[in-house]
Design a protein. Structure first.
Length: 289
């Protein structure tokens, strides 16, 4: 039974929520980061997983690892540094975890693998799902797409299940106050099909990735149940992607980053929405529109 979990990148937006979720569910968690945490939720150690020796050291007593450490988005560092950091850290975690015989690897892939910001390549359809071709458009997205391939080979070599989670744009409750600034122009957030995910639902998905029986290397889109917009999907798609088919049966405000596979295989069920925080502004926005 998996009880001792290492969380890399534990001081980040996703990492903080994941550590809290796992501790609340009775796991013994070791947070690993080069940055100190905002609050001491669990045991932690300062370590750099771009160094293979340090990675082996922090994983040595673990049952499983949730690997979130990375340069978290395109454009924050140079392309080369982003690619190198993300590829090396993920290789080191996969290598150490499989060499040490950990029971499970859960790691952060990204929605960006799907073609964001959908300028060179438009979506083939919406809601977009895991069967959609990958079109990485940045060194960050490329590092995630190649890491998904790497996960397949490490799982094949070792037999260890590896769960990749393609997180949408991660939000904390304080972030929802700026959502109304997106609503006047649907093009402002078209770059990820108006998607987002609450950090607390990210944490749920990571815990489920540890707990649910999975074989081989699987990837899952992890998003909120809805879009960031008060306008219905057919209106959004018609305005921005008029040639992209919207699949029959898609709800008016349903996420266009399909979470059907995560629902089916992981039991993922997002609990949080911006509408719980700024929903009172929706009626006014529709009236203006």
């Amino acid at each position: 039974m998996m009880r001792k979990i290492v969380v890399t990148g534990s001081s980040g937006k996703a990492g903080r929520a994941v550590v809290r979720e796992l501790v609340e569910h009775g796991y013994e968690v070791l947070g690993v980061d080069v940055v100190p945490p905002r609050e001491p939720i669990s045991a932690r150690i300062r370590a750099d997983v771009t160094d293979l020796g340090q990675t082996f050291e922090v994983l040595r007593q673990a049952d499983a690892v949730v690997h979130l450490a990375a340069i978290p988005a395109p454009g924050l560092q140079s392309d080369e540094l982003t690619f190198r950091t993300n590829m090396v850290s993920t290789y080191n975690v996969f290598s150490a975890a499989t060499s040490l015989g950990l029971q499970r690897i859960v790691w952060a892939s990204s929605e960006t693998t799907l073609g964001l910001p959908f300028e060179r390549e438009q979506p083939a359809y919406a809601p977009i799902d895991e069967a959609h071709p990958l079109f990485p458009e940045s060194s960050y997205a490329l590092s995630k797409a190649l890491s998904e391939q790497m996960a397949q080979q490490f799982s094949r070599w070792s037999g260890i299940p590896i769960v990749g989670l393609r997180f949408s744009n991660i939000m904390e409750p304080d972030d929802y106050q700026r959502f109304p600034t997106f609503w006047t122009d649907p093009r402002l957030r078209k770059w990820n099909l108006w998607g987002y995910v609450d950090a607390r639902d990210v944490a749920q998905s990571c815990r489920l990735g540890l707990e649910v029986p999975v074989e081989g290397a699987e990837v899952f889109i992890i998003a909120a149940a809805d879009t960031v917009m008060p306008q219905p999907n057919r209106e959004l798609m018609s305005a921005v992607f008029p040639m992209v088919p919207l699949r029959d049966g898609t709800g008016d405000y349903e996420t266009l980053l399909s979470i059907a596979k995560a629902r089916r295989m992981l039991g993922y069920s997002p609990r949080y929405s911006w509408r719980d925080h700024v929903g009172d502004k929706v009626t006014a926005a529709r009236r203006v529109g």
